[in-house]
Write a protein that binds this ligand. Structure first.
Ligand code: ATP
Ligand code: MG
Length: 442
């Protein structure tokens, strides 16, 4: 069995070997290579101690030196090199209290989480070291812990989420013994940041639906996103074949795999727990903000998800008029408009609609948006043929909120009739608006 190792990784291993140290490629890179995937990053394990690694490479950064990890730069590329280790007890369920460096590869491999992540490859002898049947499990598409699953999950409960994450990204099955050993309450000792990182990787996976099902079955969903778990047995409305939980899971599974869309699809209908009416979108957007803040997501992601959920009940369709389409795009923003169509496609998938219908809908909407954009009509205040300065000069006004109000009024007129977007027309419209305002104020 041979693995293609990039030259800089081979060079790093040769440098270590030349000083009498062992050096192996380990972890995700071995797993992904055997699966025919391109590894995102390469990890090297060695019996050289962190100080010895630092001496062997010209440029290093002590990224996690306490745990044995040094980042070395080889041929301008960065590479994590970690000393072989055996973990001490995990009294806080987060980090091992102590790590013990070792020269025994087997000890290092047995501290790893799943058999498919516990293989090492020696780039010099081209030998795969696979003490826990990792390559057999890779072929079978099976996830199973190294050693007793219950002990391994108690030791570091994040592994339960890593399990579900790999189930989603690799599309693998979970061995029964491993699945039954999960105890959701153990996750309470894990920080929201670590939980978030695994959930994000899970959400981007191709096997999301079965992973979310195990997330629910194991009660981890109840612990982490109880608002979503509460959808079991709740009807999302007429014409829905699944309950609210099933609809949420299937919508997220079918929507395009970006984080804002996957989160928005998963949470778009949580507001239905509180209201079956259209206001479920506003309620749901607020609930999503609470959920994602609790998981310490970035403000940018929270805002994107909130916006998508807030507008997800939009009524524009491929046969809407130019005017209605333009006003919609101006109201939500051009990028959001395209994202909302993708979200609607996920929503349709979550109602078990015919895939052909979903694809046709997406293509028709995008074509419509492009058509309207090609008309080059104004969609924002910046696209108007006049600006605040023009208004202040013409009507001898001082800077005040009135200027913004006038510009907004002009934009609304131009959205209705794009031909009005000429300086003379706009100044006339502004004059009339100012006049009627003055009359109303008297
Ligand atoms: P990817 O980098 O594609 O997300 P990976 O398997 O490389 O996947 P990392 O988090 O980079 O995951 O970890 C590298 C390796 O370290 C894993 O393959 C596994 O062997 C080990 N590992 C990581 N986290 C844990 C953990 N919580 N418990 C035990 N072993 C772990
Ligand atoms: Mg990795």
């Amino acid at each position: 069995m041979s693995i293609h190792i990039p030259t800089y990784v081979q060079r790093a291993c040769q440098i270590l070997n030349a000083s009498g140290f062992q050096a192996y490629v380990v972890g995700g890179a071995v797993r992904d290579s055997l699966l025919g995937l391109t590894p995102l990053d390469w990890d090297v394990a060695t019996d050289a101690l962190p100080e010895q690694i630092e001496k062997l490479f010209a440029r290093t950064v002590p990224t996690g030196k306490r745990f044995g990890t040094v980042t070395a730069f080889v041929d301008e590329q960065s590479l994590e090199i970690t000393t072989l280790r055996k973990d001490g007890p995990y009294s806080d369920g987060r980090h091992p209290d102590q790590v013990f460096f070792t020269d025994d590869l087997l000890q290092d491999l047995s501290r790893r989480d799943f058999t498919i992540n516990a293989m090492a490859f020696d780039p010099v002898t081209e030998k795969l070291i696979d003490p826990f049947k990792g390559s057999k499990h890779l072929k079978k598409g099976l996830l199973t812990t190294v050693g007793n699953p219950s002990l391994r999950f108690q030791e570091d409960p994040l592994r339960m989420l890593r399990l579900i994450r790999f189930q989603s990204t690799l599309g693998f099955k979970v061995e029964k013994k491993t699945r039954l050993a999960m105890e959701a309450r153990w996750i309470r000792s894990v920080s929201p940041e670590r939980i978030q990182a695994e959930l994000h990787k899970m959400l981007l996976g191709k096997g999301l639906a079965p992973a979310l099902e195990l997330f629910y079955q194991s009660s981890l969903m109840e612990e982490i996103v109880p608002e979503l778990a509460a959808g079991l047995g709740v009807s999302p409305g007429d014409r829905h074949p699944y309950d609210l939980l099933g609809h949420s899971i299937m919508s997220a599974h079918f929507v395009s795999p970006t984080l804002p869309l996957r989160w928005a699809a998963l949470l778009h209908d949580v507001g239905k727990l509180h209201s079956p009416l259209r206001d479920h979108a506003t309620i749901g957007a607020n609930m999503a903000k609470t959920i994602l803040s609790r998981l310490r997501c970035s403000n940018k992601l929270i805002e994107e998800v909130e916006t998508l959920i807030f507008h997800h009940m939009f009524e524009i369709h491929p046969h809407s008029s130019d005017r209605a389409t333009r006003r919609f795009m101006a109201r939500v923003g051009v990028d959001t408009a395209f994202q909302l169509v993708k979200l609607r496609q996920g929503d349709m998938g979550g109602m078990n609609k015919d895939p052909r219908l979903i694809i046709d809908y997406g293509q028709a909407m995008e074509a419509r948006f492009k058509e309207v954009l090609e008309q080059n009509a104004a969609l924002t205040i910046n696209d108007l043929a006049i600006n605040g300065q023009d208004l202040m000069e013409k009507f001898t006004l001082k800077p005040s909120p009135l200027i913004g109000e006038l510009l907004q009024y002009l934009l609304e007129q131009v959205l209705i009739d794009p031909k009005l977007n000429q300086k003379a027309f706009l100044l006339d419209l502004a004059q009339n608006h100012l006049k009627s305002k003055l009359e109303n104020d008297l």
